[in-house]
Design a protein around this ligand. Structure first.
Ligand code: FAD
Length: 457
């Protein structure tokens, strides 16, 4: 018998329980569906990164990957029927869009008497599984993280031998062929190459070189202090349980840095859990407060928003982050917080506008982590930062990029300002000689305005 393994956010063949389940039943047709509904909103960096991941997956499937374009609700059942497949195997997808889509695919398959087999999720602990004793979901991170650890997770799945079905028609991936951009280019933009082997390699490198200093290094955008695993996790080129297996083992005690890393992975799981229980939290305030937004703030943003997007606010830390986002499809966590805070608290723009921009551009763009990260900054989410805590981008810059290296890397107009001077061009007589824009607003004034809006709610 034959079955279809429909890959989605699990683009790997190792530690892959859904694939193992498919392989046990006979030949496997590995399938990926390019869904215009998802690709339509993806910026070029994320799109290119996906295509690079698919090429790597194809190689891991010995060149047998089948690609189709279209609405999966139509494409998957039609292909499975055409191939005479007994079942379609998937990794469970807990996001709101994925759940709706999968329910429809399952129904269409059942109508054709084809099985729908779900094994695992992209998380160590499936969203919805960790609950309080009374069965209700956790709303705050720390108790969730304790319960999450107590719940525990499976060890990595053993590798299985897969017999790939051959000769199934496939579409070329967009960009394949003689006109394709130079092979390394999308990878260089996100920093590290695509695919499960590269994910493993980067993890080992981080674990051996940087993990020991992670608890302090993770806050420094000028250093390579974080794992850069987010893109690999986003596409499922690595499963979190593979990483956790290296750190959390019975009888092994973890360093503070390792514990911190496990906690960060848990944030990813927590936000997925929140979204599972409250799908509406993707685009609506989880705890409606907060800001007394003027009507136009809810509407399409204006020219100020464009300056923020373009990295031309006149605040070096904000602009460096926004330019890194546009160029690499990735931003350091500290910069995500600073740039998001600037939009919400200094420009008074409603957070979903910023969240959508991030989601389109980030190679690791993930609706749960991104949108709840934005809600956290805006003060509407779980564990919300107190509303009066408003990031000052200049103080943040001097503290977390003390040498100014990060800012100069992304803003060539500041190259002539040495050290921390790059954070305050207005203090130097030739600060603007490189053509850097002047500050678009007064931080203290807009801070007061943010506080006023909170109090008026
Ligand atoms: P590391 O510091 O090495 O962390 C390891 C892993 O832990 C990350 O890969 C990620 O999976 C997880 N993690 C770390 N911090 C967080 C966090 N605060 N929330 C959830 N998971 C976390 N992360 C995304 O994966 N996708 C997003 O779209 C995204 N959008 C964000 C938007 C905002 C406004 C904010 C404040 C944070 C966002 N994050 C997002 C979380 C975090 O910034 C990134 O996960 C992190 O910067 C990725 O780099 P890294 O892999 O080197 O992180």
């Amino acid at each position: 018998t034959r079955s279809v393994m429909w890959f989605r956010r699990d683009l790997r063949t190792v530690d892959q329980p859904a694939l193992a389940a498919a392989a046990r039943t006979g030949q496997v047709v590995p399938l990926f569906v390019l869904d215009p509904a998802l690709l339509g909103s993806a910026g070029t960096v994320r799109r290119d990164r996906l295509l690079a991941s698919l090429r790597a997956l194809d190689a891991a499937c010995s060149g047998a990957l089948v690609v189709r374009t279209g609405d999966p609700v139509a494409v998957v059942p039609a292909l499975a029927a055409e191939l005479g497949a007994a079942a379609v195997h998937v990794t469970g997808e807990p996001s709101p869009y994925g759940r709706r889509r999968d329910a429809k695919v399952r129904e269409a398959l059942h109508a054709k008497h084809i099985d729908w087999a779900v094994t695992g999720t992209p998380y160590a602990v499936g969203p919805g599984r960790v609950t309080k004793a009374d069965g209700t979901p956790y709303r705050v991170f720390t108790p969730f993280s304790r319960a999450w650890r107590d719940h525990g997770w499976h060890s990595p799945a053993r590798d299985v031998r897969v017999r790939w079905a051959r000769g199934v028609d496939t579409e070329p991936l967009p960009g394949d062929g003689p006109t394709a951009a130079s092979p390394g280019s999308p990878d260089e933009r996100v920093g590290y190459p695509a695919g499960q082997a590269a994910a493993r390699q980067r993890w080992q490198q981080f674990r051996d070189d940087a993990l020991a200093g992670y608890d302090t290094g993770r806050d420094r955008p000028d250093l390579d202090g974080t794992s850069r695993m987010s893109v690999y996790l986003k596409f499922g080129e690595v499963h979190p349980r593979t990483l956790l297996a290296d750190l959390v083992r019975p009888g092994r005690s973890m360093s503070a840095a390792e514990q911190r890393y496990v906690t960060e992975l848990c944030w990813r799981e927590f936000y997925a859990d929140v979204l599972w229980h409250q799908p509406g939290s993707a685009w609506a305030d989880l705890h409606p407060i907060a800001m007394d937004y003027a009507e136009p703030d809810y509407a399409e943003p204006d020219a100020d928003f464009d300056r923020w997007q373009a990295g031309r606010t006149g605040f070096p830390m904000v602009d460096a982050g926004m330019r890194q986002l546009a160029a690499q499809g990735w931003m350091h966590n500290r910069l995500r917080m600073i740039t998001a805070s600037f939009l919400v608290k200094h420009l008074h723009v409603w957070w979903p506008h910023g969240a959508r921009h991030f989601l389109n551009l980030l190679a690791d763009g993930d609706i749960a982590s991104n949108n709840h990260g934005w809600q956290w900054v805006a003060g509407t989410g779980t564990d919300a930062a107190p509303y009066f805590r408003i990031f000052n981008p200049v103080t943040q810059g001097k503290r977390f990029d003390p040498s100014g290296d990060y800012v100069r890397r992304w803003i060539p107009e500041l190259a002539h300002l040495a050290g921390a001077a790059a954070h305050e061009p207005w203090k130097h007589p030739d600060g603007y000689s490189g053509g850097y824009p002047e500050r678009m607003l007064d931080l203290a004034e807009q801070r007061q305005e943010a506080l006023r809006r909170y109090q008026n709610r």
